[in-house]
Design a protein around this ligand. Structure first.
Ligand code: ADP
Ligand code: GLC
Length: 505
């Protein structure tokens, strides 16, 4: 398949959360499986910081007239590190040279409308006929409609279909309808969501939901949840109407990045058959954080964007009491809203031997915490998929999660009678629920002492041995692509038949 993969963030060039991870891993896997994949993303200043990446100008002096904006940009090309997978970067300093990937500036919509147009320009200028344009979240939401309008004339796109992956329905790119001219589609006003326009709104994600040929989201449970009024964030009616093309495909983890046996960020490799390294990583982590180490005291890790979605309200309510009552340590790495950072800072002051917090974004520290912690806290209010609980499972760091979205699909409650289960799961999103789950985890931890923690190690191994990689998910995406473009599937089958006919019996 020819796949044009468009995303507002792609690791290692730019990442604010899981979207960056997935937008790197999925194209990599598709490319490794022999598909012709090309990535398109904005050229933020930070992309140049990636070691070994060489950038070459591919197309210069492009121009777009969008409403009153005369936008000039160029296209640069580099490769996914260690592969021949091309990454096309849209260079437009006026739009992308900002301190953070996303912002509140009045031209936020324009930044990503330009990205959406630029994806077509990349295809046209490189003569690449995509079978599928794979779009991600609201930032690329105009693409399905652009394909049916502005670029419908171009034969290059004659058999092109669009796939939209929803990574987070909470971010909808909903702007005032006055931005309509900036979409360059004022003449197609009737094609936007009419009720939204009547209410003075124009949503880029909503527009994509109307026109994408297939819609996926990042876990089966989230795919069901977003069709309900409670969790549909105002778009559940469109999602229900389009449920026949909607599917939930669990994200995978990049096993080259997240592998405790060969993680360059760790001093002590380990695996489920040999857990000694894990204990050493814990000791090392605590010494680098200047916290006292005691083998019998469990360390809870938390690595997260500090935002409402992540259930931190509950954490702020239950932690002070739990820290007073129980023996455990807490290590938090998180960037985001100041009120949460202030809370963790105050905990660090109140419990200097128990709590560590840092508000930076630090890839190496994230790995060190996943490896060195005993438990991982992820009480998200909602979670489309979540990657950190899967990294935790792979690293033998037992997750404590709220039963929602992808967390419900990846963490199984521990059952002490059968020994099955991989973590601690609470049903009700309230203080009681979270306090119960943490207390229960500490209790199970404590009771294992006399058994050389056999029971605990069983839970760790249950998680570490799960198949969490992309290999297991890729086929689902390829099925969707091939379902949309049967001609591409027929070509593949014919190729395979020829190869088989030529092969010796
Ligand atoms: P979301 O995409 O909603 O933030 P995910 O669990 O899917 O949640 O992905 C989060 C990703 O961002 C993980 O790779 C996690 O390690 C990373 N991450 C989040 N905050 C930080 C941070 N402060 N430093 C380093 N990595 C972080
Ligand atoms: C979003 C979601 C997260 C998901 C990630 C990658 O940021 O919040 O749950 O894992 O996208 O799909």
């Amino acid at each position: 398949m020819n796949v044009l993969f468009v995303s507002s963030e792609v690791a290692p060039f730019a990442k604010s959360g899981g979207l960056g991870d997935v937008s790197a891993a999925l194209p990599r896997q598709l490319h490794a499986a022999g598909h012709d994949v090309r990535i398109v993303m904005p050229m933020y200043p930070r992309v140049r910081g990636v070691q070994g990446a060489v950038f070459v100008e591919a197309v210069s002096d492009l121009r777009l007239q969008l409403g009153p904006h005369d936008v000039r940009f160029s296209i640069w090309v580099t490769h996914m590190p260690g592969t021949a997978l091309p990454v096309y970067m849209v260079r437009c300093p006026g739009l992308y040279d900002r301190p953070s990937l996303y912002g509140q500036a009045p031209d936020e919509h324009l930044r990503f409308i330009v990205l959406s147009y630029a994806a077509f320009k990349v295809a046209q200028h490189t003569g690449f006929a995509p079978d599928v344009i794979h779009t991600n979240d609201w930032q690329t939401g105009l693409i399905p409609l652009l394909l049916r309008t502005r670029f419908a004339w171009d034969k290059l796109f004659a058999r092109t279909k669009t796939v939209l992956t929803i990574h987070n329905l909470g971010h909808q790119g909903a702007f005032p309808s006055s931005i309509l001219p900036d979409t360059g589609l004022s003449d197609s006003k009737h094609l936007f969501h009419q009720e939204h326009l009547a209410k003075g709104r124009l949503g880029l994600l909503a527009t994509a939901l109307l026109y994408a040929d297939a819609i996926t989201t990042v876990s089966p449970t989230y795919a069901r949840e977003i069709q309900t009024p409670e969790q549909g964030v105002g778009l559940d009616d469109i999602l229900r109407a389009r449920r026949h093309v909607l599917s939930g495909i669990l994200n995978g983890i990049d096993e080259d990045e997240w592998n405790p046996e060969a993680d360059p960020h760790l001093l002590f490799p380990f695996n489920s058959a040999n857990l000694d390294g894990k204990e050493r990583n814990k000791k090392h982590l605590l010494s680098t954080l200047k916290l006292p180490y005691r083998r019998e005291v469990p360390v809870l890790g938390l690595v997260s964007r500090l935002v409402w979605q992540k259930g931190l309200e509950l954490v702020t309510k239950v932690l002070p009491t739990l820290l007073q009552r129980h023996r455990f340590q807490l290590v938090v790495l998180g960037k985001g809203e100041p009120k949460y950072a202030d809370f963790f800072r105050s905990m660090m002051r109140a419990f200097p031997h128990k709590v560590w917090f840092d508000s930076g974004f630090n890839e190496g520290k994230a790995h060190a915490i996943e490896a060195g912690a005993d438990l991982f806290l992820m009480p998200s209010r909602y979670e489309p998929c979540g990657l950190n609980q899967m990294y935790s499972l792979r690293y033998g760091t037992v997750p404590i999660v709220h039963r929602t979205g992808g967390l419900a699909d990846t963490v199984w409650p521990y059952n002490e009678h059968t020994g099955h289960g991989t973590g601690f799961v609470f049903e009700n999103f309230d203080e009681g629920g979270l306090a119960w789950a943490i207390t229960r985890a500490l209790q199970v931890w404590g009771t294992g002492e006399g058994l050389y923690r056999q029971r605990w190690q069983q839970i760790m191994r249950n998680g570490m041995d799960l198949p969490l990689g992309w290999r297991h998910r890729l086929a689902r995406y390829v099925d969707i692509y091939e379902g949309l473009v049967p001609a591409a599937k027929a070509e593949r089958l014919a190729r395979e038949a020829r190869a088989n006919a030529g092969a010796p019996a």
